[in-house]
Design a protein around this ligand. Structure first.
Ligand SMILES: [Ca+2]
Length: 191
């Protein structure tokens, strides 16, 4: 009887492990499908969004413009999801708010912002190549040390010199600075 109980217990455990393993494989397959879908969406976004019309900053009532803000560590981030401005106007807007266009200085910071922006439109960030060589990108807030370009980016050397984050994918794409994009700002919190 004892041997029978041990056998039944063993079979039950093997069945449970098998189910758990199947769940893991199913989740891995689902994650891979999601990644491929996000890649396709990001590629479509890269090709379709270059000529988005920008609204001049002076035509926007900054007192009432919609923004959503949230803290993370010693910084506060604000994104402006309902306006579309040039990269230069976006940096000006962030400076008026007390910061700069957002920098991303670590993988954790990138992941955090990706979670916040996931499935929203593309946003300007503060990475600009004033050298026109595609090798001189610098953050407007003076920070550095991390990049997360989308595959094949940065491209169009000397023509696309400003950077946006592709929100669906969390990767970066350089585009024409005069294109209209949403705005993501970052500033140091006063503690
Ligand atoms: Ca590009």
């Amino acid at each position: 009887m004892k041997a029978l109980l041990i056998l039944i217990g063993g079979l039950a455990m093997a069945f449970a492990i098998s189910l758990d393993t199947n769940d893991k494989y199913a989740k891995m397959e689902m994650d891979m499908a999601t990644d491929i879908e996000a890649d396709i969406e990001a590629d479509i976004e890269i090709k379709s969004n270059y000529n988005m019309t920008a609204t001049p900053l002076e035509d926007i009532d900054l007192e009432y413009v919609h923004k959503e803000c949230f803290p993370w560590g010693v910084h506060e981030y604000c994104y402006f999801p309902h306006i579309s401005v040039t990269w230069g106007d976006a940096e000006t807007l962030c400076q008026r708010w007390g910061g700069h266009l957002a920098s991303m200085n670590s993988y954790h910071e990138r992941c955090f912002l990706h979670q916040r922006l996931h499935r929203r439109p593309c946003y300007w960030i503060g990475f600009v190549d004033n050298s026109g060589t595609n090798t001189g990108y610098q953050w407007t807030d003076g920070s550095g040390g991390f990049t997360f370009w989308h595959g094949g980016q940065p491209d169009h050397r000397g023509i696309q010199m400003c950077t946006r984050v592709i929100s669906r994918h969390g990767t970066w794409d350089n585009i024409h600075c005069w294109a209209g994009q949403r705005v993501l700002c970052k500033k140091l919190l006063r503690i």
